[in-house]
Structure formats: C-alpha cells, structure tokens
Design a protein around this ligand. Structure first.
Ligand code: ATP
Ligand code: MG
Length: 398
C-alpha cells in the first residue's frame, strides 16, 4: 500500500514570479530529507504530495516535520470517486483519529470538487458526509465557523480525504535565500541562531574554532553533534574545524588581557569570512544577543562586525537567555549545548574585558600585532567534515 501525504506551503505561495523556484527547492529538500527509496514528491496544481511505500511512513513524517517551507501536512487517503467508498473512508478516518473519544468534538467537512463531472457538488458532498458522521459518531457536533476538526475531501483525478493537520516548521525552503556561514561554538546560542537563519532559507555551513588542548576533544565532539542536529533541519552542510591555538596564543602574547576577547573575536570573524568565501556564502551568522556578555555591547559588536565586509546576521540580538533556551529545547540542541566542556572564550577572557572599545584604537592595535598571515595559515589547516542530514558527520573526502 502507498502512504500519501498532502503538504501545505505558506509564505512561499506568495512569491509571485519566483514561485516555481521556491517550489522546486522545496521539492528537492523534501526528497533529500526523505533519504529512502521508492518515494515520490509531486506538485500538482499548487498542491504538494508525497507518495511512499507504507513501511516508509515514519521516515516521511520525520522528513516533513524537519523541512522548512512546510506549514502543515496530513496523511491522506486516496480512493475511487464513488460516494460509497468515500463514505466508508471518512468513517475510517474518524475511527483512526479518535479511537476512544467520548467528549464532544466540533467538526466541519470542507469539500472541493475540481472534477465537475462528479454527480454531487461540493455543498452536497459536505452535507452527505456531515450527516453520516454525526449519526455514526455520537461525540461529533457540526460547527461550520470554529470547528476543532476539519475533514477535507477533494474530488480530482481521484478522491482525497484527510483530516488532522500536523504542524510543520514554516519558514522558507533551505537554500532559497543563498548560503550562510554559522559560527558554531558549542554553547546554547549559536545553534539556535543557525536554526533561525536556515528557517529563512539560508543553506548553512558551520565553522568552529578549536583551541586544543585548552579546549578538549570532547568540546569538538559536542560541536560535531550540534552540527548533526542542525543538519537534520538544513540538509546537512560542511563543518570547518579551525586549529586556533597558535592564533590565540599569539594574541595572548601581544595584547593586554582586557583586549584579548575582542581581538580573538575579530580574528574569528576574519577566518569565518575566508571560509564563507570558499563556500560561496554571502553572510556570517552568530549567536550574539545584545549585552549578554562584554563582547556583545554595541561598541564591541561594532568592532568585531567591522572585521568583514560580509553582513553578519545575529537573529538572537533581541532575545533574552530564557527565550533562547526555550528555542534550544524545541530544536533539541539544548541537552548537547549544556554538556560541561569549556570554550576558549571562558578560558582566555580576562575578568574585566573592555566593554566600550574604541574602533579606531582597536584597528590600530590590530595593525601592530600583525597576525593576518597566521589567520590565513589557520584557515588553510582547517579540517573539513561533511554533515549528511541522515547519516550524520564524516570526514571530508576532498
Ligand atoms: P554561544 O552560546 O553560541 O557560545 P555565547 O553566549 O557563549 O554564545 P560568546 O562566547 O560571546 O557568546 O560568542 C558569541 C558568538 O561568537 C557565538 O554565538 C558564536 O556564534 C561565536 N563563537 C564564539 N566562540 C566560538 C568558537 N569557538 N567557534 C565558533 N564560533 C564561536
Ligand atoms: Mg560561547
């Protein structure tokens, strides 16, 4: 038997001439997320369907629940265009959705007939099925204005019945807005920031600055795992692991303790911009939130942001920590993020970092310490990992 899913898309339907581009991306992304053979993704008259062998139904549901651009989806039944069959199917649908239900439930039938040769019109179909279901299931009450359950019937090349919408993630298909490089630290914030930008259609790659042995192998494992979790939402990506120890030690030697964090941040931004260029990414993404720590004041962000010409997206800038944590739990990165391994920022930061750096002073200092070559070298030595949305992470072949 084939399982059929009907998919509703939201904002992407509003994109005018670009619509077919968005639809194509969405189809590609669903296919990639399915990762199983024998499934078909169809797009007919503005409706998306997935058809899959019954045994793959769980993978299909998982894929649809992880694909940006999908507002909701429903398991549908496709049957003959025969009122007897349609009636039986509608009853089965209610039984499956509410096997034990006693308390009242309001419902409405939404019928649509594109095949005008079908003997009943939409209104007649709705009345016929509405009456039948009310008689058969004593808990059902008709409410055409604010029903708790909508049962949809569509009479097209065949008849489709479905109810019980499951919520999708919304947003736009990953890749429809170009590419971004996520600075992924292993903390709570940056994975959430990456998720938010992928939701707006960015295809992500990830970059992590590894200060071994000051930060442990476990810290790196944590980042790898976070990129795997993010990869399930954004069709995988590439993780760059940059050996940052030499850069960090050179900075520590050459600047005052209170300047270390900011100079280190600027160095990270510059290397991330190199990685972005190598992947054709047009923006960097960080998990910064205004005033969360010393390096996230207006003056600090203004300095580190001026280390690149690329725009830096900071989707968490106006969120409280509590809100970020709620999101991290929702996207299932929280438990990994809170594993207790130090990051370089805490190890090397001074007790009294600069809060209001002067940009001109900082860039003059930057010129004096002359670490640009070291940065290029660190990027050159970075290790690439391929993140597959289904299989997880593996070392890059190239
Ligand atoms: P997070 O929870 O994401 O670690 P944070 O609140 O700890 O953020 P900072 O440590 O100041 O904030 O880092 C700010 C941002 O800089 C991070 O959100 C991340 O995008 C980037 N960043 C910091 N450290 C690293 C690192 N080692 N590798 C890659 N990016 C980093
Ligand atoms: Mg951090």
């Amino acid at each position: 038997m084939q399982a059929i899913y009907l998919i509703r898309v939201g904002e992407l339907a509003l994109k005018g001439d670009n619509r077919s581009f968005f639809e194509k991306k969405l189809k590609q992304n669903i296919r990639k997320n399915l990762g199983v053979k024998g499934c078909r993704v169809l797009n007919r008259q503005g409706r998306f369907y997935v058809e899959a062998p019954e045994e793959h139904a769980p993978q299909v549901e998982r894929a649809l629940a992880h694909t940006f651009g999908i507002v909701s989806y429903s398991r549908a039944s496709r049957v003959q265009k025969d009122m007897q069959v349609i009636r039986r199917t509608a009853m089965k649908l209610i039984q499956e959705l509410y096997p034990q239900r006693q308390e009242p439930l309001s419902f409405k039938i939404e019928a649509r007939r594109t095949d005008k040769s079908f003997p009943l019109n939409s209104y007649q179909i709705a009345c016929d099925l509405g009456d039948l279901l009310r008689e058969e299931f004593s808990f059902l009450r008709v409410d055409v204005h604010r029903p708790e359950l909508k049962i949809f019937i569509e009479i097209r090349e065949e008849a489709f019945l479905y109810g019980g919408l499951k919520a999708g993630l919304g947003g736009l298909p990953v890749g429809s807005a170009g590419r971004g490089m996520l600075m992924l630290s292993g903390g709570i914030d940056s994975p959430v920031a990456g998720y938010m930008m992928a939701k707006r259609g960015l295809k992500l790659d990830f970059i992590y600055f590894h200060t071994y042995p000051y930060t442990s192998e476990e810290a790196l494992d944590k980042v790898k795992h976070l990129s795997e979790i993010l990869g399930t939402y954004c069709n995988g990506g590439t993780l760059f692991v940059v050996p940052f120890t030499e850069v960090q030690l050179e900075i520590n030697r050459k600047v005052k303790p209170e300047e270390i964090t900011l100079v280190m941040r600027a160095a990270m931004v510059k290397i991330a911009a190199m990685a972005a260029e190598s992947r054709g990414a047009g923006a960097l993404i960080t998990g910064e939130a205004l005033s969360q720590v010393a390096s996230q004041t207006i003056q600090s962000i203004s300095f580190t942001g001026s280390a690149t010409e690329l725009p830096i997206f900071r989707p968490l800038i106006g969120l409280d920590k509590e809100e970020i944590i709620r999101l991290a739990r929702e996207i299932e990165t929280f438990e990994t993020s809170i594993l207790p391994y130090d990051d370089c920022c805490t190890i090397f930061s001074s007790e009294h970092p600069l809060l209001r750096p002067d940009r001109r002073y900082m860039w003059k200092l930057w010129e004096e310490i002359g670490i640009e070559e070291l940065l290029a070298e660190a990027f050159h030595k970075s290790q690439g990992f391929y993140v597959d949305p289904m299989e997880g992470i593996s070392e890059h072949s190239s």
